[in-house]
Design a protein around this ligand. Sequence first.
Ligand code: NAG
Length: 212
Amino acid sequence: MRTPVKPVTFLLAFTLLCTLLGLGCPLSCEVCRGSGPTCSGKMKVCEAGQDACVVIVGESCTKGRHSLNTYKACMKYSDCYSGFVSTTMGPKDYMVSNTRCCQSDGCNQGSVPPPQNNRTENGLQCPACVAPFQETCPGTQSARCVGQETHCVYFAGNVQAGLISPKFATRGCATESACYAKAGAQVPSASYLYFLRRADCLPAPQFPGRAE
Ligand SMILES: *[C@@H]1O[C@H](CO)[C@@H](O)[C@H](O)[C@H]1NC(C)=O
């Protein structure tokens, strides 16, 4: 009986062949999603245009429900921000994450440290709202920024949730690193994949009454 060809062997042979032929070799990355500080999954060959592997560990709070999740996949390098991102839409709606983007086969295996979650208010405020299934968001409420959040963001687009991709719109506080997300980009978080149609990012205004 012939021993079956292992997927890893196939990937190696495939990579070697396309290197020898001088072709632009597609990248392969580990792909998984799960709860906890890491996840493990199969190696997959990335689609055309996806020239980076990503690993994200994120802690989020949605309507007071906490979760820690990990996401590993292929993505476009120019849409990928390596580092810490924090967003706060309200006292019970926030997300912090650490991301690493890299560009060699399987480079997203392993994990990144869970993000720091500094909930100390820093005196800044931003217009805030969370509007699932909506195209826009009024921002009539206000969020108190925490930790290193110095910017106000307005994100809108579609969010992939299983097989459907409903609209969403949201506003609130964010670290300056969130400004890396641009309209037109596909931006993963530890829990969801976002297709951004709108991505505004401005320094948070200083509110009157703040001593300094
Ligand atoms: C947490 O955030 C506050 C407000 O920005 C800051 O003063 C403090 O130094 C931060 N703490 C840590 C441990 O980073």
